[in-house]
Design a binder for this molecule. Structure first.
Ligand SMILES: Cc1cc2nc3c(=O)[nH]c(=O)nc-3n(C[C@H](O)[C@H](O)[C@H](O)COP(=O)(O)O)c2cc1C
Length: 351
């Protein structure tokens, strides 16, 4: 058995965080069940209300309400377990959304896709614990230095996302190979940096590794490098409790290694996904936006020049059009061979 993951007054029996997955992949059912089994369940705020009646008419309003509704449902399922949100720094109205999530009692907020420089001030006065997602020692240092200087505090925990993760990646496409080879050394460096800042504030700051974690041995490996836990996403997609439609999950089970590719995302980062008609199309075509649902800030998405709309692409894949949608997945998706329950998966990973 592993040691529990302790983040200040929060104690997760199992040192596994289920990574936030938008759009519509990690909602209340998945997050609630992971939390119930002792891990940390994470809702993604990306178009979180996509499945509610008012979404197409008023996406921002529907998402606002769904943040509350999904959190409440997840907490009910979790029966005292830890539930929080993944909120991308690139999200439209990031500040407002973080404040909203913290005000309704989010246990944790994890923010990547850009450096969440002002995250501390957005949760001030609440009990919400915060973590940036970083991919390099340099990024970790810059952010923690900024937080120390500006807010006289450090992170409550830090998530390192390596090059094998699903979704957007914090590496240039051409650097993925070398980053994969050097990641262990980078993890050790990041743990050192985090510990320096932790000491400065007389705190313990757990470091969590994400990206390609698949087995119990993988978890043991990252603990041996100085991490206190892992964040996993791909394996949680292939669970009965995952909020993704069956078709999406089946794509994971059927995926072979050659079905995975690195795509260009309109956010300006590379993304890892499964090959399909959509991934073929975007190589040669610019796909016009049908309608902007304000998912990303204007700084991160130029509505006029983007090659395709990330929300539309992700919405297709959860609305039964998996061939024409973006199917984010981690580098180890080809090793997924069945759909299991969250309980069985956590037992396999910890026993
Ligand atoms: C389908 C899918 C959607 C994801 N969506 C998000 C997201 O909205 N925001 C984010 O920060 N990370 C996102 N991620 C990254 C995960 O949270 C996680 O850190 C990463 O995938 C871990 O690697 P693994 O999938 O190999 O376990 C996504 C990953 C997947 C597979």
């Amino acid at each position: 058995m592993f040691q529990p993951l302790v983040i200040k007054d929060l104690v997760a029996k199992v040192p596994i965080i289920q990574g936030g997955m938008g759009i519509g992949i990690s909602l209340s059912n998945l997050a609630g069940h992971v939390a119930k089994e002792g891990g940390i369940g994470v809702l993604s705020t990306a178009q979180i209300g996509y499945n509610t009646p008012n979404f197409e008419k008023s996406p921002l309003r529907a998402n606002w309400q769904a943040i509350e509704d999904e959190f409440k449902k997840a907490k009910e399922i979790a029966k005292g377990g830890i539930v929080g949100f993944n909120i991308m720094a690139a999200q439209f109205q990031y500040d407002k959304i973080v404040k909203h999530a913290a005000s309704i009692g989010a246990d944790v907020i994890i923010s990547g896709a850009g450096l969440p420089v002002n995250l501390p001030e957005l949760v001030e006065g609440t009990k919400t614990k915060i973590a940036p997602i970083v991919s390099s020692a340099k990024g970790a240092k810059v952010l923690l230095k900024t937080w120390a200087k500006r807010y006289s505090r450090t992170a409550d925990f830090v998530v390192i996302e390596g090059p094998k993760a699903g979704g957007h990646l914090g590496f240039k496409a051409e650097d993925l190979q070398s980053a994969t080879e050097n990641m262990d050394a980078e993890v050790i460096k990041i743990v050192e940096i985090v510990n320096e800042f932790a000491e400065q504030f007389n705190e313990k700051v757990p470091v969590i590794f994400a990206g390609g974690v698949f087995t119990k041995e993988d978890i043991e490996h990252y603990l041996s490098l100085g991490c206190s836990g892992v964040q996993m996403a791909t394996r949680f997609v292939a669970t009965t409790e995952c909020d993704a439609p069956e078709d999406f999950k089946n794509r994971y089970v059927q995926a072979k290694e050659e079905d995975i590719e690195i795509l260009k995302s309109p956010v300006g980062m590379p993304g890892r996904a499964l090959k399909n008609d959509f991934s073929k199309r975007i190589k040669t075509e610019k796909i016009p936006i049908e309608k902007c649902r304000d998912c990303l800030s204007h700084k991160h998405c130029d509505r006029k020049t983007i090659p395709y709309c990330i929300s539309e692409a992700l919405l297709h894949s959860v609305r039964g059009n998996t061939e024409n949608g973006l199917l984010f997945a981690g580098a180890n998706v080809y090793r997924v061979d069945k759909i299991t329950s969250v309980k069985e998966l956590i037992a396999e990973l910890t026993n």
